[in-house]
Design a protein around this ligand. Structure first.
Ligand code: IVH
Length: 704
């Protein structure tokens, strides 16, 4: 007998029913809304209790029981499934012109058919193009009876046992389900889940996946559903196939079947967006947060732009957006070409991954001596630019990924992130394998020993500022926009100045004259003069910028500014004890220790003295503005604003004395909400917190 039976009065059958309902509710919260209300351990306890009851009373096991998601017996092979309604593909657009042409075709056709007025614009439903695998789920009488891959569009593979293990997919639909409902959507893996899976795979010495899409596909193709059950797969519905036998009173009647629906003359709703609402009402996961209605080509392109901006912050990969004519009767009039609908279009983003040849691996020495192996690549167009170098992170990563010179490799460039080598394409390997890359024992630039401390992944050149590479990186850091902001002092110039020995330290920069600069390669008279002016301007940096420019470990721009405000002069910072440094708000022992050690080094004090000699005279940091409308008030930013990014808005708020926080609480003074604002906006409304849009924020800042 099971020891835990909280409700002694309930029969095992009753208790099992209660547990099933409760577990499915937790599944919905966890997998659909990403908002669990109980801990994993409590969830496991509920599952165990249910499993115990079912072990004791096998007659109580139902196919829909949450315990049955784990997959019972291994599949021998995948059977094939003929799709009742074919699974189509989409026409692709890569340019704004393609989108304009699509909208024109749609508009002309609908006007010709009298479905759109002469001035009216076509209405579209816009979605993310999820980068996973298309799947069709077949429900009969509300029960999941079959799941199939797309295959060639007509016939796919039967992956029912594996699909049943995906917890966001309901095994039973809610009340109001038709006799037959085929739901189409995408199975995918979130990036964070993918990283975690790969780490676990690597730790067990098992195959690591190249990207979330491959991991999702590989997981779904497992012959043993028990393995699939352990993989963090998700599903989002975006379309439907056969729909048949709606309960009375649910249907909007049509004269003719809607597109894609062969044998039913009815669908419950007459717009694509409303159909998705209906699927959500039946308990299916729909990507509601980002779906959006738009009109005309301009509306579509605005959606594309907006999604492009938030793409990197999505939890999963997308490869574009999809536009669908919203009205189903209009879709029917537009019809199909070949195997794609005329009423929908996929607008692709530049691919973030591409394959190319790894020509060589070189090492780069960073500002702090960190050794980074860099891949020299056959040029490849990826993420919208041509890439010739990509980071390989460190020796451990190269070994983990098993990347070797001569391999065909996958290169990834997402957003503004530094391009990286994801891994080799093993199928392309032939012949003898070259050895794995090893970090050299001595720095290729200065010849000093390279060391790797125990417990550290990064190897470092021990040459310090004796190493020309470290010197160059130190100068580039100091010249950077957030530091001394010397425009024109880039890599090419710094390389020449350091290599010729003209510049040995930061102070030497301040002695540069226009004629000697004009003599450098790729430098004209005009740019030389501009550079000298930029250097002159950098003689009076704020104290915070100067501190940041010195490149003290653990001292970012914000810390540098806080320290500057607290001490008021560079001499005071140089002579501060660790204790005195700890008195600065937000400075802890690590930062205090690092600053103290830095200025305990005679050569670092010498650099400051040299700068002083060259006339560098830091000015006091402005104190934060007091008593403005924003001072001391906490703001939370959510959603996408029309003009400002969240980073920009934060900067303005902080400059005016306000604070920016990530979560809404009673202490929040204002929530600034843009488009697609989600739970934070809702919470603000519940708490009765003032809500602003971008214009409202600008008014408050006095910049409107
Ligand atoms: S609709 C008739 N919507 O893109 C339209 N497809 O090239 C059928 N996809 O195989 C597809 N996100 O795997 C549609 N929001 C979305 C989508 C989407 C991703 C994939 C799907 C399909 C391919 C079409």
């Amino acid at each position: 007998m099971s020891a835990r039976r909280p409700d002694a009065g309930a029969s095992p059958a009753e208790r099992a029913a209660v547990l099933r309902t409760e577990i499915e509710q937790h599944n919905v919260r966890y997998y659909i809304h990403d908002d669990p209300s109980i801990s994993d351990a409590d969830y496991d306890a509920l599952m165990r209790e249910l499993a115990d009851i079912e072990t004791e009373h096998p007659e109580l096991v139902t196919p829909e029981s949450p315990t049955q998601r784990v997959g019972a017996a291994p599949l021998s092979e995948f059977g094939s499934v003929r799709h009742a309604v074919p699974m189509l593909s989409l026409g692709n657009a890569f340019q704004p012109d393609d989108v304009a042409a699509f909208d024109k075709r749609v508009t002309d056709t609908l006007r010709g058919a009298g479905l759109l007025g002469p001035e009216a614009q076509a209405a579209y439903f816009c979605e993310l193009k999820l980068d996973g695998l298309a799947i069709s789920l077949r429900y009969e009488d509300g029960r999941l009876v079959q799941a199939a891959t797309r295959g060639d569009g007509q016939t796919g593979e039967d992956v029912t046992a594996n699909i049943r293990t995906i917890r966001s997919i309901p095994l039973r639909l809610r009340d109001g389900a038709p006799k037959v409902l085929e739901v189409r959507g995408e199975v995918l893996m979130n990036r964070a889940d993918f990283e975690r899976l790969n780490q676990a795979q690597a730790a067990r010495g098992e195959k690591v996946f190249v990207n979330p899409r491959n991991a999702a596909a590989g997981s779904l193709r497992q012959l043993d559903p028990r393995i699939t059950a352990k993989r963090p797969l998700r599903f989002y519905a975006y379309s439907w196939g056969e729909v048949h036998g709606l309960p009375r009173g649910v249907a909007d009647r049509y004269d003719e079947p809607a597109p894609g629906v062969r044998d039913a003359s009815t669908l419950p709703r007459d717009h694509h967006g409303a159909m998705l609402d209906w699927l959500a009402e039946l308990g299916l996961p729909v990507n509601e947060r980002h779906n959006h209605r738009a009109e005309g080509a301009q509306g579509l392109l605005a959606f594309y732009e907006r999604v492009g901006q938030i793409r990197a912050s999505l939890p999963y990969d997308i490869d574009g957006v999809v536009y669908k004519v919203d009205s189903l009767p209009a879709q029917r009039v537009l019809g199909f070409v070949a195997r794609a609908p005329r009423f929908a279009l996929a607008h692709k983003f530049p691919a973030e991954e591409a394959s190319t040849e790894l020509l060589d691996i070189e090492v780069q020495v960073g500002r702090t001596g960190a050794i980074t192996p860099v891949a020299r690549l056959k040029p490849v167009f990826v993420g919208g630019v041509t890439v010739t170098n990509a980071t390989l992170h460190n020796e451990g990563e190269i070994e983990r990924k098993d990347v070797r010179v001569g391999d065909t490799v996958i290169v990834r460039r997402a957003g503004d992130v530094i391009p990286e080598v994801v891994g080799p394409v093993l199928e392309k390997r032939s012949g003898e394998l070259p050895p794995l890359f090893k970090v050299p024992s001595h720095c290729p630039v200065c010849g000093s020993a390279i060391e790797r401390l125990e417990d550290e992944v990064i190897a470092r050149c021990t040459g310090g500022l004796f190493c020309a590479a470290q010197r160059k990186q130190t100068l580039l850091h100091a010249a950077g926009r957030k530091a001394l902001d010397v425009e024109g002092l880039g890599e090419k110039v710094v390389d020449q100045l350091v290599d010729s020995g003209r510049v040995k330290s930061l102070a030497d920069i301040y002695g540069l004259r226009a004629p000697e600069l004009a003599a450098l390669e790729r430098m004209g008279r005009k740019s030389a003069e501009n550079l000298v002016q930029a250097i002159d301007r950098a003689r009076e940096p704020t104290l915070g910028r100067l501190l940041f420019a010195l490149g003290i470990r653990h001292v970012g721009e914000t810390t540098a500014r806080d320290v500057a405000r607290h001490f008021g002069s560079i001499e005071a910072v140089m002579d501060a004890t660790e204790e005195a440094l700890l008195a600065v708000p937000d400075v802890g022992p690590v930062v205090a220790g690092s600053i103290h050690r830095f200025f305990a080094e005679p050569h670092n004090r010498e650099i400051v003295a040299q700068l002083r000699e060259k006339g560098v005279n830091p000015v006091a940091e402005a104190q934060p503005q007091q008593n403005t409308a924003l001072s001391g008030k906490t703001f939370v930013l959510t959603g996408t604003m029309p003009n400002w990014t969240r980073e920009e808005a934060s900067m303005y708020i902080q400059a005016a004395g306000g604070k920016v926080s990530g979560s809404v609480s009673k202490k929040t003074a204002y929530v600034v909400a843009g488009e697609d604002a989600g739970s934070k906006l809702k919470k603000a409304q519940e708490l009765g917190i003032a809500i602003l849009d971008e214009d409202g924020l600008k008014k408050l800042l006095g910049t409107a």
